[in-house]
Design a binder for this molecule. Structure first.
Ligand code: BMA
Length: 813
């Protein structure tokens, strides 16, 4: 097998201009460009357009997507390619409508960015001076033409997107700018090979304490020869790391080869928080008659079963069982991590997914308006014990059902299933995001009449059954047996009454969903992130620029509405960011606390959303520049294995403690009275290891005045293991003690913050150049928290630039 990547000598040309601004010119000889890349990023790197994310530049750059662009690459055939064997040109991904020419010969018209193209090109290649030329047609223009020629798809936004198999968010979403870009978004290379490995898969059929049954499959392509061999080596590891090897040699057949193995004493893969996500190694080698390797592939696999339970003892349920054990899903939704996808690196995935696992999550949902993510994404999930809820890439629209479109989708579905099937993290395939729910709400016509219905309810499930028969499939999200796909009684729900339909978060306490796949609350990105993406004079709460960086209809207005219900409305920018982020933190913590208390009726809550694709005010937990919002810290706390949950009753409070770490702890409950500073101790108890258990009830009459309850779990060394709070009246009506110097910074052996006299709530520490570890802390008198380890402090660190925020300063008096 010979592979030659075409990454050099690419040039970008304006192929056909439909619309260009007056001042724009592109040199005749084109510009140097990057592959993989996009037109927008190439033009920006060449200095021809301004930063697309800055200020309101998005508005001036809309013309780019309406034109046709051409990428060209000149290359010589590599020396070692000059033999008889066939040569293929492989495109891992073309975004999207592309006419490809090799030495003037049309070789393919691509229409689907989610597919990989393997084109036999031997007959068109020359030894030297080959010209590969790719014309990208405008996807939005094509979509609009289809609408005029045929019919517009009922769709929430940008209906023209539905007819093109292109990441739907790129047209613009309620958290993302409109940049339906084009380009060669994944690697392109020449491959010389007669036959090879198409895909390797691994299924767990059965697990038990002593034995597991697994099935291994290898799909091959090309012309096999008579004495080819397929060698399969499975290396699995015991608890203490000892490797055991099971090997077999098969005489391969074209397409699918499979083999069932019994694994003795298997070490299973478990989701985060339920055990180790143990991985094993599977090596596959295709050899010729001389024992020479034609192609080898190693994948990392896990042994586990997964099941979606939708009814039990005649009652509707919705939960996942892993290795036979019901799992409460603590999850987060994933959107594409950049508006220009080739900018996403392996490290981007690693960073965000590690943060999800650190926040005690066990599931990530790949939302249907984005992309089937890169292999690295799923490899990280395998390693971190994050189960994946995988949508097929359709969102918030009806979709065409003509033969050409269905054929495109079939190929896309087949390829992506076969690529991802081996991952132990992959928990479920889901047909689409919200298509049926929106049809039900907006169209008042029978569900079966929704264009695309056939895809999600007949065709895709058939294909899933054919290519990945053991994985659960759910037609859409939300979905259930009721007429309303978002009904409460059956299936899963998206809880958007809160925030998007203007309800406030305390409303969650009435919710009885079986499983929540989306819910969320907005907050601005970190102060440093937002201030960096608009000119200083435009960085204010009611500037056009700040509002532009919030894509939801009435998004900016909602920030004020919900802020005013709970907290003082302060509009200077540093304070506004602090307070609205705090409000998001309260909202998410309240929802997650509630649904965990509804267990086992409710069996999962997946937050909308983990990440962003540009600097924006959105529902994300971590912003585009990797800075967590305050909500991240409270979500992490509330999802921890050791935590405290407050369950409000009419006249009092029930408090639950979960201590899954089998450690003896003490629980202390303090009352911080309104306006006062004498903290009173309400309870002090010893806690054994336990599942969630009610440890105390409290009647409000036991307290002298309203205020705040703070519960803390301490270990034997008096270290804080978990802390949680409950405010007995809305924050805005409370008064807290405040003095400027009640929090002090210490810069010796690292950077520390110390709380002196009064209980200080939700401390945030900012610095223009440094990001700190702990935020949104409740600090009691005498407590110290490390903000930065001494090795992490930069040499030129200037302590006077540190800014400290706490709720006390806004509620003083
Ligand atoms: C849901 C999602 C997205 C959207 C989000 C926030 O409807 O599926 O389409 O971005 O809510 O409104």
């Amino acid at each position: 097998m010979k592979k030659h990547i075409l990454a050099e000598n690419w040039r970008l040309f304006l192929h056909r201009s439909r619309e260009i601004p007056e001042h724009f010119t592109l040199p005749e000889e084109g510009i140097k460009c990057k592959v993989p890349g996009t037109v927008h990023t190439d033009l920006h790197r060449a200095g021809l357009i301004p930063d697309p994310f800055f200020d309101r530049n998005e508005q001036q750059l809309q013309w780019i997507a309406r034109n046709e662009w051409r990428y060209e690459c000149r290359f010589n055939l590599p020396e070692d390619f000059k033999t008889e064997d066939p040569v293929f040109l492989i495109f891992e991904g073309l975004d999207t409508l592309a006419s490809v020419f090799l030495n003037g010969q049309p070789i393919i018209r691509a229409k689907n960015m989610f597919r990989r193209y393997r084109i036999p090109v031997t007959q068109w290649l020359r030894e030297t001076d080959n010209l590969l030329s790719i014309v990208f047609h405008s996807a939005p223009e094509f979509g609009k033409k289809m609408e005029t020629d045929f019919q517009q798809m009922p769709s929430v936004i940008f209906p023209e997107r539905a007819v093109v198999r292109k990441a739907q968010y790129s047209y613009g979403w309620d958290w993302g700018p409109s940049f339906p870009t084009c380009g060669i978004w994944k690697p392109v290379y020449l491959l010389q090979q007669k036959r090879g490995i198409e895909t390797v898969w691994f299924d767990t059929i059965k697990t038990g304490k002593k034995k597991a049954t697994v099935k291994i499959g290898v799909n091959l392509w090309g012309m096999l020869e008579q004495n080819d061999e397929l060698e399969i080596v499975f290396r699995h590891y015991s608890k203490d790391g000892v490797e055991r090897r099971q090997a077999e040699v098969l005489f391969p057949v074209y397409n699918e080869n499979s083999l069932q193995l019994i694994v003795e004493d298997p070490v299973l893969w478990w989701p985060n928080g339920h055990g180790t996500p143990q991985l094993h190694k599977l090596e596959v080698r295709l050899k010729d008659e001389h024992g020479e390797t034609i192609e080898a592939k190693t994948i990392v696999v896990g042994i586990r079963t997964i099941e979606l339970v939708t009814s039990e003892d005649g009652e509707a349920r919705f939960f996942f069982k892993v290795n036979g054990k019901p799992i409460f899903v603590k999850g987060v939704n994933w959107i594409p991590a950049h508006s220009f996808l080739p900018e996403v690196t392996d490290d981007t995935y690693e960073f965000y997914l590690k943060q999800a696992a650190r926040a005690n999550m066990n599931m990530v949902r790949v939302w249907g308006g984005g992309i089937y993510e890169s292999d690295v994404f799923y490899q990280c999930c395998d390693r971190l014990g994050l189960m994946v809820w995988q949508d097929f890439m359709f969102a918030c629209s009806a979709y065409p059902e003509d033969d050409g479109f269905l054929a495109q989708v079939k190929e896309e579905v087949r390829e992506n299933i076969l690529r991802l099937r081996y991952h132990p993290s992959l928990a479920i395939w889901c047909g689409n995001n919200e298509n049926e729910w929106i049809w039900f709400r907006d169209m008042a016509q029978p569900m079966e009449e929704m264009p695309g219905y056939r895809l999600f309810h007949h065709l895709i499930p058939q294909w899933v059954n054919q290519y990945d028969p053991l994985r659960p499939y759910w037609p859409t999200t939300p979905w259930g047996l009721e007429k309303d796909p978002n009904g409460l009684e059956t299936g899963n729900r998206h809880v958007w009454e809160i925030w998007s339909w203007w309800e406030d978060y305390p409303k969650v306490r009435e919710d009885r969903s079986l499983f929540v796949t989306e819910f969320g609350f907005q907050a601005p990105a970190h102060y440093n992130t937002l201030s960096g993406c608009m000119p200083p004079e435009k960085f204010s709460v009611q500037s056009r620029s700040f509002e532009w960086h919030n894509k939801q209809v009435d998004g900016p207005e909602r920030l004020f509405r919900f802020l005013s219900a709970h907290l003082p409305v302060v509009t200077d920018m540093p304070a506004f960011v602090y307070l609205t982020q705090l409000n998001q933190a309260f909202a998410l913590k309240t929802c997650l606390e509630h649904w965990q208390l509804q267990k086992p009726h409710t069996m999962g809550a997946i937050i909308w959303q983990l990440n962003d694709c540009w600097p924006v005010t959105s529902w994300s937990l971590i912003d585009f520049e990797r800075r967590p919002k305050l909500a991240y810290y409270w979500v992490k706390n509330i999802l921890a294995e050791q935590n405290i949950l407050f369950f409000p009753l009419k006249s009092g409070m029930k408090i639950f403690v979960q201590n899954l770490q089998k450690q003896k702890l003490t629980f202390s409950l303090l009352h911080i009275p309104d306006g006062g500073w004498e903290i009173e101790e309400v309870k002090n108890l010893t806690i054994k290891a336990q599942e969630k258990e009610a440890i105390c009830s409290l009647h409000f009459s036991e307290l002298h005045r309203p205020g705040i309850l703070v519960g803390t779990l301490y270990d034997a060394q008096k270290r804080i293991v978990a802390r949680n709070f409950f405010n007995l009246v809305p924050w805005k009506y409370l008064r807290l003690q405040y003095k400027r110097d009640q929090l002090t910074l210490h810069h010796q052996e690292g950077l520390w913050i110390e709380c002196r006299e009064f209980a200080t709530l939700f401390v945030e520490v900012r610095h223009p150049l440094v990001d700190f570890e702990n935020q949104a802390m409740i600090m009691l008198p005498g407590e110290r928290v490390e903000l930065l380890n001494k090795n992490a402090i930069p040499e030129d660190f200037n302590i006077s630039q540190v800014q400290i925020f706490c709720l006390n300063q806004f509620l003083a008096g």
